[in-house]
Design a protein around this ligand. Structure first.
Ligand code: SAH
Length: 390
């Protein structure tokens, strides 16, 4: 195929739900192609990538190594604005910051930036809404609005890295080092875009952000075929499995996708991932009072997991508005931990960041925003779990 320089490229009319093309949607060969189609030398693609991923710069005025006449057009075509911050909130003494983003078509998602003395983590969304319908999670109540594009996922991280570099958080490094897909949505239900986003986040600069794959965590309800596909990708990201119950009877209710893929099959897929990658799988377990916190369930979970390459992360339930469920009392939680450890299973209890700004697991934000505003439109719940697996 011959490529002719095209002098003007008419932008297609924006289609609802489909965000404009962005550099982070493309691999490096496609970026060069896109730049050539705009009539520019292909190496300009590397310069643009260096600004975006390497310097966290997106303002054309700062791209002084690009010819003045080309800057606006290149940036306009390949770095369109995908995310607009609608609301920002800070808590936990300035170490946690939640951002509510509006996407080009009005869909809302959020991300949460968390600083620790030795690291900075961002919790991001992979979908607007979620179709998995877990009854204790607020996102699950509102259903799926749409998948995010690769660049909409990546851009949450690049913005956050820029914020961290500006020093917006206190008491932590200024370099963002970890990403958890524990915001809104089911990452493995948006498989190719999430996989491509992982590549962009972990490719070395200037092609990508250069994060370590082991510092990226993908959390799933347990979509077994997609877990198997991920196992075959040759990536070494950390996999988190939202188990929440060791028995099918209860898990069918708490994680409805269990009606399709049962506990045993899901754990086998997690095991296969662990063995292929050598990475321990993190088993997520929200502690829900009198629902899944009985000593016998701790023992059953211990038996299921002992000898596997896995550890348990207990999450104190964040009760969502109107929910009939509550968090387990501390002594019950401690007994649960004791029994798991006695079975030889490494167990941690997650710290709960962001609670006071509704930035913690399963809490509602966008719905409230719309209610307080015009009161029109369908309320969209954004309800991520913004805590990081240790
Ligand atoms: N869809 C992915 C990512 C969701 S959020 C998944 O399910 O794994 C990440 C974690 O937060 C999941 O384990 C999810 O079950 C949990 N979570 C959701 N709502 C919660 C709540 N109200 N309290 C505690 N954990 C919650």
């Amino acid at each position: 195929m011959t490529s002719l320089p095209i002098l003007s490229v008419a932008a297609p009319a924006p289609r609802r739900g489909i965000p404009p093309r962005h550099l982070a949607d493309l691999d490096s060969a496609a970026r060069r192609g896109a730049v050539a189609e705009l009539g520019e030398r292909p190496y300009r693609a590397t310069q643009l990538s260096t600004h975006y991923f390497g310097r966290l710069v997106r303002d054309p005025a700062e791209m002084t190594d690009l010819p003045a006449g080309a800057r606006d057009r290149l940036a306009g075509e390949l770095l369109p604005r995908l995310l607009t911050a609608v609301r920002e909130q800070a808590c936990d003494g300035g170490t946690t910051r939640k951002t509510l983003w509006r996407l080009h078509d009005g869909a809302l998602v959020e991300s949460v930036l968390m600083g620790y003395p030795d690291r900075v983590t961002v919790c991001i969304s992979s979908q607007a809404g979620c179709g998995m319908a877990c009854p204790f999670c607020a996102t699950g109540q509102a259903g799926l609005t749409r998948n995010l594009s690769t660049a909409e996922i990546v851009d949450q991280v690049v913005w956050s890295a820029g914020e961290a570099a500006r020093g917006v958080l206190t008491g932590c490094p200024d370099r963002l080092s970890r990403v958890v897909f524990m915001g809104m949505g089911e990452p493995l239900a948006n498989y190719t875009r999430v996989r491509d986003a992982i590549r962009r986040l972990t490719d070395p600069a200037p092609d990508g952000l250069g994060l370590s794959q082991r510092h990226v965590t993908v959390s799933t309800v347990g979509l077994v075929p997609a877990m198997r596909r991920l196992t075959d990708e040759g990536l070494s990201v950390t996999l988190a499995l939202s188990l929440h119950a060791p028995d099918d009877e209860l898990r069918d209710e708490l994680v409805p996708v269990n009606q399709r893929w049962k506990v045993a099959e899901t754990l086998d897929a997690a095991d296969e991932y662990a063995h292929r990658t050598g990475r321990r799988v993190s088993i997520e377990y929200a502690m829900i009072r009198d629902v899944n916190d009985q000593p016998w369930r701790a023992d059953l979970l211990g038996r299921l997991l002992s000898g596997r390459l896995a550890h348990v992360n207990l999450i104190p339930l964040n009760p969502t508005p109107g929910s009939r469920w509550d968090a387990s009392p501390k002594p019950v939680e401690q007994e649960f931990v004791r029994r798991l450890r006695a079975a030889g299973v490494t167990t941690t209890v997650r710290d709960t960041r962001g609670r006071e700004i509704d930035g913690a697991c399963g809490q509602l934000a966008a719905g409230e925003l719309m209610d307080r505003g015009r009161g029109a439109g369908r309320a969209i719940a954004i309800a991520p779990a913004h805590q990081e697996a240790e």
